[in-house]
Design a protein around this ligand. Structure first.
Ligand SMILES: NC(=O)c1ccc[n+]([C@@H]2O[C@H](COP(=O)([O-])OP(=O)(O)OC[C@H]3O[C@@H](n4cnc5c(N)ncnc54)[C@H](O)[C@@H]3O)[C@@H](O)[C@H]2O)c1
Ligand SMILES: O=c1ccn([C@@H]2O[C@H](COP(=O)(O)OP(=O)(O)O[C@H]3O[C@H](CO)[C@H](O)[C@H](O)[C@H]3O)[C@@H](O)[C@H]2O)c(=O)[nH]1
Length: 327
């Protein structure tokens, strides 16, 4: 798999190892950490390193392609760099896969490519309207995978909603600075006894704050185990898209309440304007994931918060600052 030294990829790799699979992680460590690779073999290289791909691809059953640059704001500042990293290098990877007859790809995609949905619910057929080079690159890769079906390549495109949490057994979790991530903001506010700002309180949601579909990262990882194991049943040919979320929408105010319940205390909450590019949000339906992958999320929002806090405490990670300019 690619990107297996990152936040989500390290969970996927470990869940695959737990399930008894042989996993090779290809990661250039541009954002990931070697220590995040547990139980799998790490190959430090770019996804377009042809010599490495020629050595490693023979015998691979499924490529799980998770590597990407992921910072939306950075993609707006550096669109060519993002399309090079996420689109051009993916083409190089896919070319090597086809050349070696490795014709099953599980692709990490994102809910960020959906158009805003007035109903606040999307399924896989909902219209897409990527609003950043990051999301547009993901949409382009989805299209390239579809087109590569004529070469015999089959792909299972998994569009993630908002991952939270860490391995419930504490082996992997989020590393480094993710200052804009709402749970990191909540954790920082709690640790430093500073106010938590709700960014936007006039959205068309039940309480005015932004809504997201938060999914436990270990549930997400288990969905990939199902994707790998059921690949041939789900994708007979061409490309199939499956959304991965909890199926429930949670507003920021509800998330704050869940956080307070887990930590057993109150946060000081202030209301602020939306961040640039913010959206009301949406939840996904999870019928297709259930029917085709045989997967349903098993962990609650509070489980995710608890696991993230336990991981952060164990990792010795510093509380994030409130004004790092991300997001
Ligand atoms: N985190 C989210 O909220 C979210 C939401 C939807 C989709 N996704 C997708 O999930 C995937 C993983 O995201 P994440 O949050 O774990 O990010 P991350 O930055 O933690 O992990 C990405 C990993 O890819 C590696 N990488 C990047 N470019 C590479 C290259 N050219 N060659 C080899 N390795 C490379 C990095 O070193 C890192 O280990 C990405 O494809 C992302 O687009 C993430
Ligand atoms: O200090 C904060 C930070 C966030 N929020 C709110 O919390 C929710 C979640 O915010 P996140 O930034 O955690 O998640 P987003 O879905 O807004 O965006 C995230 O997921 C996207 C993909 O879906 C991109 O990856 C993006 O870079 C990443 O920040 C939003 O309603 C946001 O307005 C606050 O109220 N206060």
């Amino acid at each position: 798999m690619t990107g297996g030294a990152g936040y989500i990829g390290s969970a996927i790799a470990l869940a695959l190892v737990d399930a008894g699979h042989d996993v090779v992680v290809l990661d250039d460590l541009s954002a990931g950490a070697a220590e995040a690779v547990v139980g799998a073999r790490l190959v430090v290289a770019g996804i377009d390193d042809r010599a490495v791909l020629d050595r490693e691809l023979p015998g691979v059953d499924v490529v799980v392609h998770c590597a990407a640059r992921i910072v939306v704001a950075e993609s707006i500042a550096d669109p060519l760099g993002y399309h090079d990293a996420n689109v051009a290098r993916t083409i190089a990877l896919l070319r090597a896969c086809v050349d070696h007859g490795v014709l099953r790809v599980v692709q990490s995609s994102t809910a960020a490519l959906y158009a805003e949905a007035p109903s606040l619910v999307v399924d896989e057929e909902a219209p897409i309207a990527p609003a950043s080079p990051y999301a547009a690159g993901k949409a382009m890769v989805e299209r390239i995978l579809l087109d590569a079906g004529s070469l015999g390549l089959r792909s299972l495109v998994l569009r993630y909603f908002n991952p939270l949490g860490a391995d419930p057994r504490g082996r992997v979790g989020m590393r480094g600075e993710r200052g804009s991530h709402v749970l990191e903001r909540l954790r920082g506010a709690w640790a430093e006894r500073t106010p938590f700002t709700i960014t936007g309180v006039r959205w068309p949601t039940r309480d005015g704050s932004g809504m997201r579909d938060y999914v436990h990262v270990w549930d997400l990882a288990e969905a990939h185990v199902a994707a790998v194991e059921r690949f041939d049943d789900v994708v007979a040919h061409g490309s199939r898209v499956v959304n991965l979320g909890s199926g429930a929408g949670t507003t920021v105010r509800e998330l704050v309440a869940a956080f307070e319940h887990v930590v057993g205390g109150r946060l000081e909450v202030v209301e602020g304007p939306p961040r640039p590019g913010d959206v009301a949000g949406a939840r996904t339906t999870i019928d297709r994931a259930r029917d085709e992958l045989g997967w349903t999320p098993r962990r609650s929002l509070e489980d995710a918060i608890r696991d993230a806090l336990a991981w952060a405490a164990r990792d010795g990670a510093p509380a994030t600052s409130q004004d790092d300019g991300l997001g």
